[in-house]
Design a protein around this ligand. Sequence first.
Ligand code: C2E
Ligand code: MG
Ligand code: MG
Length: 620
Amino acid sequence: MPSEQQLSDVLSEFARTLVTDFPIQGILDRLVQRIVDVLPITAAGVTLIAPGLSPRYLAASNNAAFRFEQLQTELGQGPCVEAYLTGEAVAIPDLRSDARFPEFSRRAVQEGLAAVFTFPLRNGRMQLGALDIYRDEPGPLTARTLAAAQTLADVAAAYLLNAQARADLQASSDRSRETSLHDPLTGLPNRVLLLERLGQALLRGGRTGHLTAVLFADLDQFKAVNDMYGHSVGDELLIAVASRVTRQLRPTDSVARLSGDEFVILCEDLVAASDAEVIAARVGEAIARPFKLSVGQVEATVSIGMALSDREDDLPEDLLHSADSAMYQAKRKGGAGHQVVDLAEQRLVDERVSLRHDLRRACKEGQLRTVYQPIVRTADGRITGVEALVRWDHPLRGPVPPSTLIPLAEQSGIITEIGQWVLERACLDRHRWAHHVPDDFEMAVNVSAYQLMSPGFAETVANVLRGTGTDAGVLTLEVTESVFIQDSERAMVVFGELKLLGVKLALDDFGTGYCALSYLRQFPVDIVKIDQGFVATLGADASSAAIVAAVVELAHLLGLSVVAEGIETVAQHDQVAALHCDSSQGYYFARPMAADAMDELMSAGAGGVNPRLPVPAETA
Ligand code: C2E
Ligand code: MG
Ligand code: MG
C-alpha cells in the first residue's frame, strides 16, 4: 500500500513537469515508472487514444506491460479499451475467471499475467486513454490503492492535456507566423519578413564583400487610381504590380509589400551600385507599360529610391530608411525616376553628427591645443610673429584637422567658445614669450565669420586682451572673405569696433573667394594674406604672378602689408621676395609647432631681436 508520503512525492514531481515543456511521451514514461515504485504492482502501462485513430502514445514500465498494452490495441478488446469507452475504472482481480474480455484474458494469462486494474485518463466527460496496472498474483487491491491509482491517472491526464495544448499552440503559432509574414493581398513577404531577410543578406554581404541593395518603390498617383476606380481596382493594380515586379527580378532577389503602394526589392550579391540601377530601371520600365484591369487599361509609374550597403553592421531598418528617403527625393523630382543614396555619403553624415556631439566635450575636456606657425620677414628671414592654429586630438579618432573641425564648430555654434579659447591660449603664450621677443612680435589668430558676427565679439576680444595682459597692437585677427559676403554691413561695424581696440585685421586666404580688390579699399584691414593656391602656381601660371603683383601693388598703395602663405620651396620664396611680399609663411620656413617648441625657438632669440629660423632644408 502506498504511503501518503510516496504518493505526494509522485504528485509533486508531476506538478513540476507541468511548467516545463516536457514532451507527452516523457510524461507517460515517467508516470508508469513511478506508479510501479509506489503501488504494490508488478508493471504499469498507458495507452493514449484519440478518437478515430490508433493509439497515439504508448508507455510501459517493462516489456511485459508493453506487450499487454499492444495486445489490447491489436484485439480492440480489454480493460483499457473498456475504461476508455466508459470512463469507468475496470478491475480484474483474477484474469482466469474473467468473462468480459475472453480473448485478451486468455492470452494475457498465457503470458503470466494474473490481475489487471484499469483507470480512465479523463478530461471532463471525455477520455484520453487509460492507465493499466498489472500484477502477477491474483487478488483485489485495497480501496486506498485503487483511489491512489485513480488520483495518479487524473493528475497525469491534466498534465497530458496541458502538454497537448502547448503542442497545439506551437503548431498554430507556426501557422500564424507563416501568415503574419506575408501580405494577404499579394502574398508577398511583408515588412517583418523583409527585415529578417535583409538582416541575413547584410551578414552574407559583409562576409563576401558583395553589395546588398534595397530598392524602395512607390507608385506615383496610386491614390488617383483608388479615387477614380475604387479600391477593388486599386487592389487589382497592386496585385498586377506585384507580379510584374517579381518577374523582373533574379531568382536570388525578393520583393516585399510594406503597405499601400510601397514595394521593397531586396537584391543581394551585387558587384557594383550600377547593378542595382539596372534592376531599378527594369522595374521602372515594366511598371510604365499599361496594365489591363477589369475597368480597362490603367497606367502607372513608380518612384524608386535605392540604398546600398557592403557592411554587415549596417542595420536593416537604417538601410530601409535610407531607401525610403531616396524614394522621396525621387518623388520630389517629379516621380517616375530613381534615385540612389550613397551609404558612404550617409555614413559621413552620421559621422559628422557624432563628431559634432564630441566637439561639445572637446573644449571642456582639454582635447584642444594650439600650434604656432612662424611668419617671417621675407627680406631677412627673421620671425616677426606667429599664427595660432587650433588642433583637436580626438580621444578615439586621433587628430581631427581644422578643415573638419571649424565647419563642424560653426554648424553647431560652438565656434564662439572654441574661438575664444584659442584667443585666450594664444594670448597667454604670447605673454610667456614676452621676455624673449621684441615688443611688436605679432600673434595672429584666426576668427571665423560666424564668430566675428556673433554678438559681443569685440567685447570678448577686449576682455581677453585685458585678462591676459596683452597689448592690442600685437594681436592680428585673421578673417576670410566670407565675412563680407555674409553681411558686409555688420562686418563693417565689428571691424570698426576692433580697430578701436587697436587690434590689426588680416584678410586671410585672399584670392580664393569673390573678394574684389576694392574690398581692400573699403574695409579697414591691415594685412593681406595671399592664398597658398596662388603661391603654388607662381612658377607655372603667369597670371598668378600678375595677380600677386597687382595685389601687392594695391596693398602697398593703401598702406597694407602683404603676407604670402604656403611657401614650400626656395623658388617660391625667391619669387614672392621678387614680388615684394613683405612677409612669408610656409613649410619652407617652419611647420606649425607646439607651444613648447615655440618656447625653445623664442628663448634662442632672447634680447628683443627677432629670432631667425635655422637655415631651411630644401623641400622642393
Ligand atoms: P589658414 O588660416 O590659411 O592657415 C594656414 C593653413 O595652411 C594651416 O592649415 C597651415 O598648417 C597650412 N600651411 C602652412 N604652411 C603651409 C605650406 O607650406 N603648405 C601647405 N600645403 N600648407 C601650409 P591648418 O592648420 O590645417 O588650418 C587650416 C585652416 O583652418 C586655416 O587656414 C584656418 O582658416 C582654419 N583654422 C585653423 N585654426 C583655426 C582657429 O583657431 N580658428 C578658426 N576660426 N579657424 C582656424
Ligand atoms: Mg589664417
Ligand atoms: Mg590662409
